[in-house]
Write a protein that binds this ligand. Structure first.
Ligand code: PEP
Length: 252
């Protein structure tokens, strides 16, 4: 069964006190039993968030990890470190990591392989830039991003993978892909997974949409049959808005 998921990516926002307040506010929100809720605070606050959410159904996810197990990589964080503080999932391939930290397919594949072999689950992000869409190359670009990374992973690991389609032109811009554009790409992605593996994997994989999702557009986007939820940036910094988005993905 495909899982419905709403995950909040807090990026480099919120200091310690703000993180505590937001986590505590979210803890008080209604629990929609058919939607898995995840939040992704910054590295220094992961452990506190894990502790605060110990008896809640909200999962704490890392925004990133390094591609090497350990060693002389000043400023970096390994999957083993994340596991040791109770984090068992990480984002990989967010467009801001690709754009500002030069993370390309090769490094992303290393990260995916190390995460999975270290026992972490992943949310793998991908998506085309505006120029790709304008030149009608968006399917080709997305296919290549997937072929060079997650589609190289063997079948047995797919229970630990969530996909997040995030068209770069819609992230933090206020511009959202139309529900039809999201559905069309999600269906395409599911088919890429089917062609590489089989129906049991493609039908069970959760594919999230990310890019300026807010309470006012979440319902329509989540109503599409291949959209299993959302990866939310800006709107996840408000407990009220984030909770409305979670509610929009629930059928209860
Ligand atoms: C994101 O950063 O993953 C994202 C989708 O951001 P926003 O919702 O702000 O567009």
């Amino acid at each position: 069964m495909r899982k419905k998921i709403v995950a909040g990516n807090w990026k480099m926002n919120n200091d310690f006190d703000q993180t505590l307040s937001l986590v505590n506010e979210l803890k008080e929100c209604k629990n929609y039993k058919d939607v898995s809720v995840m939040i992704s605070p910054a590295y220094p606050f992961l452990k506190t968030s894990v502790d605060l959410l110990e008896n809640s159904s909200i999962e704490v996810v890392s925004q990133n990890m390094h591609q090497k197990k350990e060693g002389a990589y000043t400023g970096e964080v390994s999957p083993g470190m994340l596991k040791s503080i109770g984090v068992s999932r990480t984002l990989i391939g967010h467009s801001e990591r690709r754009a500002y930290f030069n993370e390309g397919d090769e490094v992303l594949l290393e990260k995916i392989e190390l995460a999975l072999s270290s026992g972490l689950s992943i949310i793998f992000c991908f998506g085309e830039e505006l120029s790709d869409r304008k030149s009608n190359k968006h399917f080709q670009v997305v296919k290549s991003q997937l072929d060079n990374t997650v589609l190289k992973i063997d079948k047995d690991s797919w229970g630990k993978i969530i996909l997040a389609y995030e068209p770069v032109w819609a992230i933090g811009t206020g511009e959202t892909a139309s529900p039809e554009q999201a559905q069309e790409m999600h269906e395409f992605v599911r088919n890429c997974v089917f062609e590489k593996y089989d129906n049991s994997i493609s039908e069970n994989i959760s594919i999230l949409y990310g890019g300026s999702v807010k309470p006012s557009n979440a319902d329509e986007i989540f109503s599409k049959k291949d959209v299993d939820g959302g990866l939310i940036g800006g709107a996840s910094l408000s407990a009220k808005d984030f909770n409305l988005i979670v509610e929009a993905n629930s059928s209860l």
